[in-house]
Design a protein around this ligand. Structure first.
Ligand code: AMP
Length: 279
């Protein structure tokens, strides 16, 4: 296993790996769980070489967000990646990625003006910028990303198309705990009571699917149903929306591919989840 901090070393490594065939890339912020590992396993299966980045990107955290407390455990992450057959980890420090004088940003516009982009101003500017930088450093053929972060995935696919990137972005399904809670590094913040209550996200989404299956087409009604399930559990709703899967604009009449998107606080922990209306 090679753990590399340096940009030019990573660039030359990736250049030589590409001589052996396609290169898969999985960007992460570490503290890996089965959700991350599902992307890694898919990349390992589909490419002769895979590189994983572990970088808690400061520029995507707001001033009052959890950058300082974000969970980190590099040793454990490396052991998990080894088990998956990964041989290369890019683990730069913040100074390497944002040296003094850094001044150029990728600013997604419309797609970043809704949902999480509204509640977390500047978040997707940080995400898009770091991902473009990581792509420029690793130059992979395929980048694997989770549908768990649906808006992020949509924004990065748009960026890849808008900026003529050669990398194909592979969307991977949401991995859930046995009881249905979407896996997230931030689940580690939840106390046992919050952890139980957080299940209402999944239950709300499933109930909405059931309503749709029974013929409900009014997004207002669908949202109300999810809302009441989540509020009953004591979750503080940031947003619940039914959106067009491509434009991410709110819609009123539900269709098969309509995406239900939500962000909810349990205590101080903000969780996101999403699901298509039709199973
Ligand atoms: P993060 O470390 O949170 O930046 O996530 C790194 C990648 O893992 C992103 O593409 C996420 O969408 C993906 N990911 C995180 N949680 C899950 C999950 N539960 N299922 C599938 N992918 C996930």
């Amino acid at each position: 296993m090679q753990i590399i901090q340096d940009i030019s070393l990573t660039k030359s490594l990736c250049r030589s790996l590409k001589q052996e065939g396609t290169l898969g890339f999985v960007p992460t912020m570490g503290y890996l769980h089965e959700g991350h590992l599902s992307l890694v396993k898919q990349s390992v299966k589909e490419n002769p070489n895979t590189i994983v980045s572990i970088f808690v990107n400061p520029s995507q955290f707001g001033q009052n967000e959890d950058l300082d407390t974000y969970p980190r455990d590099l040793e454990r992450d490396v052991a998990l990646l080894k088990e998956c057959g990964v041989e290369y980890v890019f683990n730069p420090n913040a100074q390497t990625i944002y040296p003094s004088g850094f001044d150029t940003w990728v600013v997604p516009e419309k797609l970043a003006s809704v949902l999480c982009g509204k509640s977390r101003p500047g978040h997707f500017r940080g995400v898009a910028t770091v991902v473009l930088k990581l792509l420029n450093i690793t130059n992979p053929d395929h980048m694997y990303m989770g549908i768990k972060d649906y808006q992020q995935l949509r924004i990065l696919k748009q960026m890849a198309s808008d900026l003529h990137l050669d990398c194909d972005i592979v969307a991977c399904p949401i991995v859930r705990e046995a009881d249905g809670l979407a896996m997230s590094s931030r689940n580690s913040y939840l106390n046992p009571d919050e952890r139980k209550r957080a299940l209402s996200l999944y239950h709300g989404l499933l109930k909405a699917r059931e309503l749709y299956e029974q013929g409900e087409r009014d997004c207002g009604q669908i949202i109300e149903t999810i809302k009441s399930i989540i509020q009953e559990s004591g979750g503080r709703i940031d947003y619940i929306e039914c959106v067009d899967p491509l434009t991410l604009q709110s819609i009123s009449e539900a269709k098969d591919d309509t995406r239900m998107m939500l962000a909810v606080y349990f205590g101080k922990t903000r969780l996101i989840d999403n699901m298509a209306l039709k199973a």
